[in-house]
Design a protein around this ligand. Structure first.
Ligand code: HEC
Length: 259
C-alpha cells in the first residue's frame, strides 16, 4: 500500500513539473484595449486608413495580402475610402494581365476589382529574397495566430537588445514575443517612417497600432456587422424574457386564484 502510494506521488510530481515547465516557457502576450474589442466594438476609421498606408508603404514590399481586392477598401465596416480614392489607389499599382491577342502577358494600371498585388511571384521567390524565411501572407494572419491583434502588435513592438550571451545568427533578430525570441525579420518600423496626412504623429507604437487595426479588419471584414447583429439579438432576448416573465405571471395568477 505504502509503496504504490509512493509511485502515485512520483507520477503526480512528474506531471506537475511537466505542466509547470511548459507554462513558464510560454511567452505572455500583453493585452491591449482595442476599439474593436467587446460586443459594441468598432474599428477606428482613421486608424484603418493609416494602417493601410503603413501596410502599403512598409509591409507590402515583403508580405502579400492575396485575399483582398482594392474595392474592399471602400466597403462599409472597413477603411471606407471613397469610390474615387479606391480608383486612385488601385491605379497606382501595375497589374499583370493577359494574354492579349498575340498570346502575350502585359501590364496595366490596377482596377478596384483587382486583387492586392503580391511582392513576389511565388513562395520560393519570397523565401529566396528573405534569407530562407517566408514572410507570411497577411490576409488572415490575425486570425491564424494565437493572441491575434495583441500578438501582431507585440511582435512589432517587441524588438529589444538581446540579453548578453544570447546567440543570434546572421539575419536573425531578437524579439521578446517570438518563439525562441528569434525572428528573421528586422524591425520594419521606426519613428517617422511614414508621414500621415491627418497630422497624427507617426511613432513606432502608433504605426504598429494602426497596421494591426488594418490587419484585423482584413482578417475579419464583417466584424462590425457581426457585433451589431449580436447586440440586436441580445436586446431581443432581453425583451423576450421580460414578455415571457409577465405572461407566466398572468397565467399562474389565474391558476392561483382558482385554488
Ligand atoms: C524586408 C521584408 C519584410 C518587411 C518589410 C516586413 N516583413 Fe514581416 N516578416 C518578414 C519575414 C521574412 C518574416 C518571417 C520571419 C520568421 O519566420 O522568422 C516576417 C514575419 C512577420 C510576422 C510574424 C509572423 C508569424 O509567423 O507569426 C509579423 C507579425 C510581421 N512579419 C509583420 C510585419 C508588418 C506589420 C510589417 C510592416 C510594418 C512587416 N512585417 C514588414 C519580412 C518582412
Amino acid at each position: 500500500m505504502f509503496k504504490s502510494n509512493k509511485i502515485y506521488i512520483k507520477i503526480l510530481l512528474f506531471f506537475f513539473i511537466l505542466i509547470n515547465s511548459s507554462v513558464s516557457e510560454e511567452i505572455k502576450i500583453p493585452e491591449h484595449d482595442w476599439s474593436f474589442k467587446g460586443i459594441t466594438g468598432k474599428f477606428d476609421r482613421s486608424s484603418l486608413q493609416r494602417g493601410y498606408q503603413v501596410y502599403t508603404e512598409v509591409c507590402s514590399s515583403c508580405h502579400s495580402m492575396s485575399l483582398l481586392s482594392y474595392r474592399n477598401l471602400g466597403e462599409k465596416g472597413g477603411p471606407e475610402f471613397s469610390v474615387e480614392q479606391v480608383k486612385a489607389i488601385a491605379a497606382n499599382f501595375e497589374v499583370i494581365d493577359g494574354p492579349n491577342n498575340d498570346g502575350e502577358m502585359f501590364t496595366r494600371p490596377g482596377r478596384p476589382s483587382d486583387k492586392f498585388v503580391s511582392p513576389y511571384p511565388n513562395v520560393q521567390a519570397a523565401m529566396a529574397a528573405n534569407g530562407g524565411a517566408y514572410p507570411p501572407d497577411m490576409s488572415v494572419l490575425v486570425k491564424a495566430r494565437k493572441g491575434g491583434a495583441d500578438y501582431i502588435y507585440s511582435v512589432l513592438t517587441g524588438y529589444t537588445e538581446p540579453p548578453t550571451n544570447f546567440d543570434l545568427e546572421e539575419g536573425v533578430y531578437y524579439n521578446r514575443y517570438m518563439e525562441g525570441n528569434k525572428i528573421k525579420m528586422s524591425n520594419p518600423l521606426s519613428d517617422d517612417l511614414v508621414s500621415y496626412s491627418d497630422g497624427t504623429k507617426a511613432t513606432e507604437a502608433q504605426m504598429a497600432k494602426d497596421v494591426t487595426t488594418f490587419l484585423t479588419w482584413a482578417a475579419e471584414p464583417h466584424l462590425e456587422a457581426r457585433h451589431k447583429l449580436g447586440f440586436k439579438v441580445i436586446i431581443f432576448l432581453i425583451i423576450l424574457s421580460i414578455l415571457v416573465y409577465f405572461s407566466m405571471r398572468r397565467l399562474w395568477l389565474r391558476i392561483d386564484s382558482k385554488e
